[in-house]
Ligand binder design. Structure first.
Ligand SMILES: [Zn+2]
Length: 136
């Protein structure tokens, strides 16, 4: 259940930002999720809500957006957007990659040299983009 630990990380980070800024309340938390990060959104949303209970983040608005993935070829050094590779994939393949990012290597090739050996530069992880604070 890594959604719970991700949610706890988000809430505790937001609270420490609020404390550092001597705020009384957190109005909103803007959360970014890497496009290739595996997150069960229903569980994540529930975990955020539950974790925030009784804290400054209890009534905060949680805005979640996705951050586009960028890949880099290990053979020729080419960097490209996952979005570009996605255009060549079938719906089923896109689904598998979303749920199991390691499958990306099965379907995706470097657009220049066609090597399947690439790494994910961007597109993983869950982090806070910004928090909106309130002081009384
Ligand atoms: Zn390449």
């Amino acid at each position: 259940m890594h959604e719970w630990s991700l949610a706890e990380g988000v809430i505790s980070t937001a609270i420490s930002v609020a404390r550092d800024n001597e705020a009384d309340n957190i109005r909103s938390i803007n959360i970014k999720i890497g496009e290739l990060q595996q997150v069960e959104m229903d569980i994540f949303n529930l975990a955020l809500e539950e974790t925030a209970k009784g804290t400054m983040a209890e009534d905060s608005e949680m805005n979640i957006s996705f951050d586009a993935a960028v890949l880099k070829c290990r053979s020729c050094g080419k960097e490209w957007d996952f979005e570009k590779s996605k255009q060549d994939l079938s719906e089923d393949e896109k689904e598998s990659i979303h749920f199991l990012p390691d499958f990306a290597h099965t379907y995706i090739r470097c657009p220049d040299c066609k090597s399947p050996d690439f790494r994910i530069l961007k597109g993983r992880g869950v982090w806070i983009d910004s928090v909106e604070l309130e002081s009384r």
